[in-house]
Design a protein around this ligand. Structure first.
Ligand code: SAM
Length: 264
């Protein structure tokens, strides 16, 4: 994928773009500027409630590394709730927007530009919790990259640390069980997020904003059991999966799964 500041460029054959390195070029400045319309901070805070804050507290976490900061929604929420937060992301455009968003809300973000695959090259500290939220892990198109990223998250956790990682319910999409609604994470009223193409190794989503502005993301459709298996294989001892913030759910129902992986 070509780098440009304002327009995405998937080339002649957008469905052929299945590359872990593509994310930086996908999050062009103009898309990042609209991201908060997509995620709608107030609506999202309401639908999530205090799920993440409560889970972190239950595990005694104080020091948190947000590895997929995006525009800063969770970093800011956690700072507000009194956590010690470091905000990392591989996209400089996202980090700049997160910093600006936090400043507007009277917080100063401690940011670090870091790609997950080489996280510990840039982050030299240990954390009680790593969070990777907002369907971010899906950007890794290659199994080796997924294993490498999880191993890096694991290594930056203290011996009793936890990783909280979420994902869209791709099983339902792959198995044609549901049309994706976007009630939970992506709750902006004026934005349509629709899957344009889904196969075993690509979910290409189309994001339509008011004013006919259209962007895409090419993602890897992660199956829930596969992610659970990877988490165990890199060494996490216990993995608890929630569906839309509930522990009991029917497999085809939730929009999102949230995995809480415990190191000890
Ligand atoms: N967590 C934010 C939210 O919920 O709004 C952002 C979610 S956005 C879907 C995914 C984020 O993951 C982007 O900010 C992107 O730059 C980041 N990302 C994707 N692949 C990455 C990688 N390999 N290393 C570091 N960051 C990555």
């Amino acid at each position: 994928m070509q780098m440009s500041t304002n327009e995405q460029d998937y080339g002649q054959d957008p469905l052929a773009v299945r590359d872990t390195n593509a994310y930086k070029a996908e999050y062009v400045h103009s898309f990042v500027e609209l991201w908060d319309q997509l995620i709608d901070w107030d609506g999202r805070a309401e639908s999530e409630g205090d799920f993440f804050i409560r889970t972190l507290k239950e595990h005694g976490a104080k020091k948190v590394l947000d590895v997929a900061t995006g525009t800063g929604f969770h970093s800011v929420r956690l700072l507000r709730a009194g956590f010690d937060v470091t905000s990392a992301d591989g996209s400089p455009n996202m980090l700049a927007k997160a910093f600006e968003n936090a400043r507007k809300r009277d917080h100063l973000l401690r940011t670090a530009q870091a790609d997950w695959r080489w996280l510990n090259r840039d982050i030299h500290d240990y954390y009680d919790a790593v969070i990777c939220l907002g369907n971010s892990f899906t950007h890794l198109h290659d199994e080796n990259d997924r294993r490498k990223a999880l191993a890096e998250f694991y290594a930056t956790l203290r011996h009793d640390g936890i990783l909280i990682l979420d994902q869209r319910n791709y099983d339902a999409l792959l198995d044609h069980k549901v049309e994706p609604s976007h009630d939970y994470y992506y709750c902006g009223d004026n934005v349509r997020a629709t899957p344009e193409h889904v196969d075993d190794s690509l979910a290409r989503f189309r994001y339509e904003f008011p004013g006919e502005q259209v962007f895409h993301l090419n993602m890897f459709p992660l199956r829930k059991r596969y992610v659970q298996r990877l988490l165990r294989e890199v060494g996490f001892q216990r993995v608890t999966t929630y569906g839309d913030f509930q522990q009991t759910y029917r497999d085809e129902e939730p929009d999102f799964f949230i995995h809480v992986a415990e190191k000890r």
